[in-house]
Design a protein around this ligand. Structure first.
Ligand code: AMP
Ligand code: MG
Length: 390
């Protein structure tokens, strides 16, 4: 058996960062910036007022001073002239600061009568001016790679970037295998169950930036598996679910091998999970996951999500692990890394009582996968543990 980290290292050798495409800014959130993007202008492009008030000369801004209002500057409509001694311009937030002015007195600090203003005794000392380029300058870059968040989208818009170079979404083909499976919405026969893994994995992978295609269910026979692999052509990653251990009906490895998979088969020292098939097949990476629903989802989080991130150019790192304290004790762990379904409570993490890898209801109740290292000793309340957000 190999460790989870060793398995992940081998899976990383199967994938490389994908190419890029340009998308409209409005569709770029959640995508990965593929190369640095430079600002096309200064922001603000001119010194601008940060408040509604009066623009005048800093050296004249004294309590009680009087000024003649000679014009107005509003956002989008600057004042053409120059502010001279004893003069002020009515100004609004976002308007260009007129020539000659070096301070904005907020309107609350001013008494106005006709074209005359007088400054109050107690003046707000700030200048209320946003200097040109104080947000960013032409040529300053947003650096790649990064997952674009709403704040990044706003910044790119402000930089005048209408389209954004992003890494192409990895296309994942998902193949469920098994004579017992039917699609949600169908009427199952007496010996059948509803397929769940492809749907759960599609949701998981798309949350990590992939585009997942659910292929028709492959039956436990060679022609059906051949058809499914044929339909998977063009994908960057082909994922099969089930049929990958050593049962009589586990034909996935055999058929994939006939279709060109240079196969590696790993027994990974983890719970749930364990058998994992992987290799390159045509132009794609191929991973065969165990069929038990919780195993498939945990392997999706532990192995497939990092592969997607690597294909997106985000580097080869394992899924983010967080730390917290235990709110209930745990017995000693065995020889395999255990990803326990657990709940985050205000007091800390509590492992669910039932850890069987067929129980999707328990997985859905869980907020976290508590990671128990191999041979971890018994743990007490208050001990620090690692977990994956799930
Ligand atoms: P297998 O790995 O094919 O032996 O499957 C292990 C267990 O997982 C069996 O109980 C299967 O019925 C179940 N299983 C396999 N694939 C799926 C799937 N896509 N959705 C739900 N359950 C599955
Ligand atoms: Mg099966």
């Amino acid at each position: 058996m190999i460790t989870v980290n060793e398995a992940l290292e081998r899976l990383f050798t199967l994938v490389t960062p994908l190419g890029s495409e340009d998308v409209p800014l409005s569709e770029a959130v959640g995508r990965v910036l593929a190369r640095d993007v430079a600002a096309r202008r200064d922001q603000p492009p001119f010194a601008a007022s940060a408040m509604d008030g009066y623009a005048l000369r800093e050296d004249e801004a004294r309590p009680g001073a009087r000024f003649e209002v000679i014009g107005e500057a509003a956002a989008g409509h600057g004042f053409d002239g120059t502010v001279g001694p004893g003069q002020a311009v009515r100004i609004f937030t976002g308007a260009p600061l007129p020539d000659g002015a070096s301070r904005v007195i907020i309107q609350e600090d001013v008494a106005r009568s006709g074209d005359q203003i007088a400054l109050n005794d107690d003046l707000d000392p700030k200048a209320h001016i946003r200097p040109a380029g104080c947000d960013f300058r032409t040529g300053e870059a947003m650096t790649a790679p990064r997952v674009l968040r709403p704040a990044d989208i706003a910044l790119l818009a402000s930089m005048n970037c209408a389209t954004v170079p992003v890494t192409r979404k990895p296309v994942v083909a998902l193949i469920s295998t098994g004579d017992e499976l039917v699609m949600p919405g169908e009427t199952p026969g007496p010996d059948q169950i509803i397929v769940s893994n492809t749907f759960g994995l599609k949701a998981l992978l798309e949350g990590h930036g992939a585009k997942a295609r659910i292929l028709p269910i492959a039956r436990d026979d060679i022609p059906s598996l051949e058809t499914a692999f044929g339909l998977a052509r063009g994908a960057d990653l082909v994922v099969t679910i089930g049929g990958a251990s050593v049962g009589d009906h586990d034909l996935v490895g055999q058929v994939a091998g006939q279709m060109g998979l240079d196969r590696a088969f790993y027994k990974v020292a983890m719970r749930p999970g364990k058998p994992l098939m992987a290799g390159r097949m045509g132009g794609a990476a191929m991973v065969g996951l165990p069929g038990n629903p919780v195993s498939a989802m945990v392997c999706g989080q532990v192995f497939l999500a990092p592969m997607i991130r690597a294909m997106l150019g985000l580097g080869k790192g394992r899924s983010l692990r967080l730390k917290t304290r235990l709110a209930a004790p745990l017995p000693q762990n065995g020889p395999r890394e255990h990803y326990m379904r657990a709940r985050l409570t205000p007091e800390g993490l509590v492992a669910e009582n039932r850890q069987d890898s067929s129980l999707l209801s328990v997985l859905a109740e869980a907020d976290a996968l508590l990671v128990r290292p191999m041979h971890d000793p018994a743990r007490a309340i208050g001990d620090e543990v690692e977990y994956l957000d799930f």
